[in-house]
Design a protein around this ligand. Structure first.
Ligand code: NAD
Length: 591
């Protein structure tokens, strides 16, 4: 009897005997098809045989030249590959060599996406082993350009597209996805992709990129990750006029039509994948981002990285920075430029942490935090006209228009830029901060680099080497007055992969703010003295999987403590457990 290898969706191809198909329900269809006449409807039934040519084209199992002699014999690969057998390490070396030859970042991105579609494990091995070099390739800033050109650079669709056309059928659409046990969904509606605005359906690059980081940095299995783009139209005129645009060609649906589609999506997700699937909202426009988070946080396991992830990573940096500037968080005064998703999210988490530490009510601790938006300092006289998420920050103060005047009036110890507008921390602003702070803490979070509030060099030079500086976009080390300063990057990728892993390993059913605080504290303790000595308030990225395991353990511990964990009994050593759950990209041996 002939043996064939049948795909089972798991890690190993399984050997089956001919005629006994590995899938339930298929056998009858085959016999039905055999006896069908031309005018009968038949089921297009197929069994994928992952031997030979098909195995080489299956990204989950393909190893390319990595198949050893035995595997080449057993899986009908003889002659389909050149004779050389490469180790995974040698394949990695070759690919890194090829990648580095590309001068254009987008070409590197395309080469990486190509690899992901060809050989998944090798893609993740490359990403994990070269994380600092490849993170900017598969995610920001390159992913932004990739989204802008999404329609023209992709021949094969990635992720799941849910548009208004699928209204009433979203559950069926979810069932079309080949993987059944999904643990993390990253979803966008493409309305505010990075700093690039409305890219409509082309926003798909964001969930795809974010989920590859979930796997590489947080160890979530690739098959458990589902990228989703919700297409309700776009207000981007250029895309609407582009004959090659891949999305719905009309203005964005809003109001009830939008809310109903999102509601159907959220219900279908829960119905199909259960209570424990994590839905991460990504790059939604301001108004929808806050609304969706507050609407679903009590009924679903939801997380918004732009609001909560940013808040957690910045709070971690602030907690770590206390080692350099002294005092407790409650001893500090915070001033933000920019009161959107990032700014108000960070402000709220700082207030919550201070409230936990001092037992003071949240309304009190918020008073240590001030925000400036495009109309000036947020003060009580503006309260009526403010958007709801800005209202808690409208403190008693006379109106102040300019940032410099706000700095002089409030005298903050910490200045945080989150407006998306570059060059706003001028020489005068940094000098003012340095005039009343021995070590002013300055975070220029706006992206991309051109939008940074100031450069690392400007912060160190204008403060005469006294500023503690971190930024949203990376900056090279700066030499000032004979000393080398290394600016830290408040990268969300420090937090969300470990945070998600913590939710998954504990079987969390809801996200609670205390879990975000736990993640911040876990990250802050990873900063070593040698990092502080260079002026860093974040640990080096090279250890990110270890960092993620520690964050996951603390998040999971908090989940159990809050009674929100469903995976019982609680593992004793959560760090070890987190590490043991992490996906490894090393090739498996095929029998
Ligand atoms: P957002 O659109 O939600 O908020 C921007 C806010 O800035 C709004 O309140 C707006 O009124 C205000 N603003 C605009 N122009 C201004 C001006 N000239 N002066 C003062 N305020 C002004 O955007 P967001 O999601 O909060 O992101 C803001 C910036 O933060 C972006 O550049 C983003 O890339 C960056 N960011 C960085 C990180 C990180 O470092 N980890 C994370 C998230 C966001």
């Amino acid at each position: 009897m002939e043996k064939t290898v049948i795909m089972n969706g798991g890690d190993y191809p399984v050997v089956e005997e001919e005629g006994k198909a590995g899938f339930g329900g298929g056998v009858e269809d085959v016999y039905g098809e055999d006896s069908a006449t031309e005018d009968q409807l038949v089921t297009p039934w197929t069994v994928s045989v992952s031997s030979g040519y098909t195995l080489l084209r299956d990204p989950h199992h393909n190893k390319g030249l990595g198949f050893n002699e035995k595997e080449r014999d057993a899986h009908y690969l003889r002659g389909l590959l050149p004779p050389a057998v490469f180790t995974q390490e040698l394949q990695e070396k070759k690919l890194m060599h090829n990648l580095r030859k590309y001068d254009v970042p987008l070409h590197r991105y395309m080469a990486m996406m190509d690899l992901q579609e060809r050989n998944e494990r090798l893609f993740y091995k490359l990403l994990i082993d070269n994380v600092e070099e490849l993170l900017p390739v598969v995610y920001t800033p390159t992913v932004g350009e990739a989204c802008q050109k999404y329609g023209s650079i992709f021949s094969r669709p990635q992720g799941l597209y849910i548009s208004l056309k699928e209204k009433g059928k979203i559950l069926e659409v979810l069932k079309n996805w080949p993987e059944k046990s999904i643990q993390v969904i990253v979803v966008t509606d493409g309305e505010r992709i990075l700093g690039l605005g409305d890219l409509g359906c082309q926003g798909m690059g964001i969930p795809v990129g974010k989920l590859s980081l979930y796997t590489a940095l947080g160890g979530i299995r690739p098959s458990a990750c589902l990228p989703v783009t919700i297409d309700v139209g776009t207000n981007n005129e250029q895309l609407l006029k582009d004959e090659f645009y891949i999305g719905l060609r009309h203005k964005r649906a809003t109001g009830q039509e939008y809310a109903e589609l999102l509601d159907e999506f959220m219900s279908a997700v829960k119905q199909n994948y259960g209570e424990k699937v994590l839905v991460q909202f990504e790059d939604f426009a301001n108004h929808n981002a806050f609304e969706l988070l507050s609407r679903y946080r009590s009924t679903h396991l939801v997380f918004n990285d732009d609001i909560q992830g940013t808040a957690s990573v910045v709070l971690a940096g602030l907690i770590a920075a206390l080692k350099l500037v002294g005092g407790t968080l409650a001893d500090h005064t915070f001033l933000f430029l920019g009161a959107g998703e990032a700014g108000t999210g960070i402000a709220e988490l700082i207030a919550l942490e201070i409230s936990k530490q001092t037992k003071a009510p949240l309304e009190e601790t918020r008073k240590k935090i001030w925000l400036v938006d495009s109309r000036g300092l947020i003060v009580s006289s503006r309260k009526e006209s403010l958007q709801h998420f800005k209202k808690p920050w409208a403190h008693e103060h006379e109106p102040v228009k300019a940032l410099l005047d706000a700095v002089k009036a409030i005298k903050p110890t910490v200045l945080i830029g989150s407006s998306g507008v570059g060059k706003t921390f001028t020489k005068e602003v940094v000098e003012a901060m340095s005039s009343f702070n021995k070590k002013p803490l300055i975070l220029a979070l706006s992206n991309p680099t051109s939008q940074s509030e100031c450069t690392a060099e400007e912060a160190y030079t204008w403060s005469k080497g006294r500023a503690i500086f971190a930024s949203g976009s990376p900056f090279d080390p700066v030499e000032y007055d004979g000393k080398v300063f290394v600016p830290g990057q408040a990268n969300n990728a420090y937090i969300f992969p470990g945070f998600g892993l913590g939710l998954i390993i504990s079987g969390a059913i809801r996200v609670h703010d205390d879990m975000l605080l736990a993640a911040s504290e876990a990250l802050a303790v990873q900063v070593a003295q040698e990092n502080f000595d260079k002026g860093l308030i974040y640990p080096p990225f090279t250890n990110i999987r270890k960092i993620s395991a520690h964050i996951a353990a603390k998040v999971a511990a908090k989940t159990y403590e809050l009674g929100l964990a469903s995976r019982l009994p609680r593992p004793k050593d959560l760090v070890k457990y987190a590490e043991s759950c992490m996906y490894s990209p090393i090739y498996r041996s095929y029998r």
